[in-house]
Design a protein around this ligand. Structure first.
Ligand code: SAH
Length: 243
């Protein structure tokens, strides 16, 4: 049976998936860490879903690269999956054709806010670059668009961030994927990022307001597309098992 681990930052993004797949919370994760794990089976797939959990001091969902790094490390240690799916929400530019609720798969993942101007090597390390060949292949089969998923630790966007993001042809800005890709790279683990647009960064509405109003819709669309992805993976795994 193929083992899939999904890393989902926020509870609100994860709930539609947890409910649709009938996943149950497990007590496998280290109780000292904030991340939470949910497990179950779907068709011929064994599924684990790990969220970042909430912050005990501020009572908000943990978002950003440190919680994502920790959750991914804990998930890989506990579940040794065959594949990681990072399902989450993101911002997009309407002048790139993005619309609220559109779902993309990351053809490449990078950071946009780790500027280390200390020569080519540090600059390239800061930006990082994680090509996701498997995601491109799967996106074609699912007829989903692909994007460059750009990760940083701020929800709003400074002019410097925007200039960097606009160097890429079609970007989705979010806060976890590149951290997850970094951990996955140590395990040579394939990563598929699926991102649903909650906010248009070039609209006149504030990102935070748009994010909150559209989170439920984007999370529902995310669930629908992740399920199509799981159906495809289940089908592929059946064919592989039969071969
Ligand atoms: N204001 C929100 C905080 C969400 S932080 C709240 O009250 O709960 C944003 C989360 O959504 C992160 O996990 C990030 O990956 C994703 N995200 C969605 N749109 C984003 C954007 N425009 N920029 C950065 N992250 C975004």
């Amino acid at each position: 049976m193929k083992k899939i681990t999904m890393i989902v930052a926020m509870k609100q993004e994860a709930v539609p998936l947890i409910e649709k797949l009938g996943l149950a919370q497990t007590s496998d994760t280290n109780p000292l860490l904030p991340c939470k794990a949910f497990s179950g089976e779907y068709k011929n797939l064994s599924i684990n879903l790990v969220t970042n959990g909430s912050d005990s001091v501020h009572g908000v969902e943990n978002v950003g690269t440190q919680p994502a790094t920790l959750a991914t490390y804990e998930a890989l240690r506990l579940f040794s999956p065959d594949l990681i799916i990072n399902a989450g929400t993101c911002g997009g530019f309407s002048d790139h054709g993005c619309k609220i609720g559109d779902v993309y798969m990351g053809e490449r993942i990078r950071f946009f806010d780790r500027r280390i101007p200390m020569g080519d090597h540090y600059e390239a390390y800061g930006d990082s670059n994680y090509p996701c060949e498997l995601a491109v292949e799967l996106a074609q089969k699912l007829d989903l668009p692909t994007s460059i998923v750009c990760t940083g630790n701020s929800l709003d966007m400074s002019p410097t961030d925007e200039a960097i993001l606009r160097q890429e042809p079609l970007v989705n800005k979010e806060m976890e994927a590149a951290a997850i890709a970094w951990v996955a790279s140590h395990y040579q683990m394939p990563l598929v990022a699926v991102k649903s647009v909650t906010d248009l960064m070039d609209s006149e509405h504030g990102t935070a307001d748009e994010f909150s109003s559209n989170l439920a819709l984007a999370s529902k669309n995310l669930q629908v597309e992740v399920l199509r992805l799981l159906d495809l993976l289940a089908q592929q795994s059946l064919t592989q098992d039969a071969a």
